[in-house]
Design a binder for this molecule. Structure first.
Ligand SMILES: [Zn+2]
Ligand SMILES: [Zn+2]
Length: 359
């Protein structure tokens, strides 16, 4: 009798204590302290990149689109209530990433400006440097492994892993792993195959829920090994509608599709917003299901003129009908034509890739 009462009593106590502490094992409502929501805005800047990250009253901008997109990005930030930036990352000096940064640097107070130690002698890049001088801002060089806080989130530098990638501006891109609770995002700017390989070889844990596809979905990035290592649930491609480079390339889309990765695209869906509570990510749109690769635009297109100054893509030898990377050590001195066209367009005109630089 007495024993039975004890058993009953302790059973009651166990019930009580079970009620008092919320079941930690059961997902989101777990006992872990609630963290501030993370917002990641992949801003539609046409052909280029600009990503706003907000958490707990802090904000970071990764790239600012082309020269003519600075004001668009500024307006986007204003609508989001961003008054100052804790961080600005300019992944690399190409104009589709750094172009609008001069406007942002001039208009906003910025805590830390992170840029790779690689410069380009272009008007876009000179404007960025001029704006930094005007604001007396020092540039912080990205060091792989360095960690920065952003509200209840934080990010680690994962690239560049080398000081010297020759003239391959894309490979100097600053890469970061953004973490928020259990959720992770990887951003790699325009890093291509060589830089992706260096990230893999660094031995860091690159697994993430969201991969911002490198180089606008170009086949020169998102290599099988890299995508397999990140193994994201979602990939986001930032590129312009009907862009002349044919981004995203079919090879990249096939890689994602083959691994069951859901794809979002700014060219089809406009600005994309991911919200994380630390255990779940929700989006402002459903993934794209077109799997439609871009097509390089022909030379006669009026779009080209409208986009203004273009960057040199390859060096042609009009006599030998070979084309070279800008870094090739056997560039022609005569019969040279500095092309701004895509690889596909150049090949379509009967040019063959140089055997030395394998463009
Ligand atoms: Zn780019
Ligand atoms: Zn680039």
């Amino acid at each position: 009798m007495k024993k039975g009462w004890l058993v009953l009593c302790s059973a009651f106590l166990i019930m009580l204590s079970a009620c008092g502490s919320t079941p930690a094992a059961k997902g989101q409502s777990g006992s872990a302290e609630k963290i501030e929501e993370l917002e990641v805005h992949f801003i539609d800047v046409g052909q280029g990149d600009a990503t706003l990250v907000k958490c707990g009253g802090q904000a970071m901008l990764i790239d600012a689109g082309e020269n003519d997109k600075g004001v668009l990005v500024q307006n986007y930030l204003r609508k989001q209530g961003v008054k100052a930036l804790d961080y600005l990352i300019v992944t690399h000096p190409d104009s589709d990433h750094c172009g609008g940064a001069d406007v942002i640097i001039t208009k906003y107070d910025i805590g830390t400006v992170i840029m790779p130690n690689y410069s380009k002698d272009t008007a876009s890049y000179r404007d960025v440097v001029r704006a930094l001088d005007y604001k007396h801002y020092q540039v912080t060089e990205p060091k792989v492994g360095d960690y920065y806080r952003l509200g209840d989130a934080g990010f680690t530098i994962i690239a560049p892993n080398k000081d010297d990638y020759g003239d391959e501006a894309n490979n100097y891109s600053v890469g970061i792993l953004l973490e928020h609770g259990d959720k992770k995002f990887v951003f790699t700017g325009d890093a291509e195959e060589e830089a992706e390989k260096d990230m893999i070889d660094s031995g860091m844990d690159l697994s993430a829920d969201v991969l911002k596809a490198g180089h606008h979905g170009s086949r020169t990035a998102s290599t099988d090994d890299f995508v397999a290592m990140v193994h994201p649930e979602y990939a986001v491609i930032s590129c312009g509608e009907d862009n002349e480079y044919g981004h995203p390339h079919a090879a990249t889309l096939n890689t994602f599709r083959g691994l069951g990765i859901k794809v979002f695209r700014t060219d089809e869906q406009g600005s994309l917003i991911a919200l994380s509570d630390g255990s779940t990510i929700t989006w402002n749109a459903s993934p794209s299901d077109t799997w439609k690769a871009g097509e390089p635009v022909g030379t006669g297109s009026g779009k080209k003129a409208e986009q203004g100054m273009k960057e040199i893509t390859y060096i042609l030898n009009t006599k030998t009908k070979k084309f070279h990377r800008l870094s090739c050590d056997s560039l022609p001195t005569e019969n040279r034509n500095d092309s701004t066209q895509s690889r596909e367009e150049i090949i379509a005109q009967g040019y063959a890739p140089c055997g030395r630089c394998n463009p």
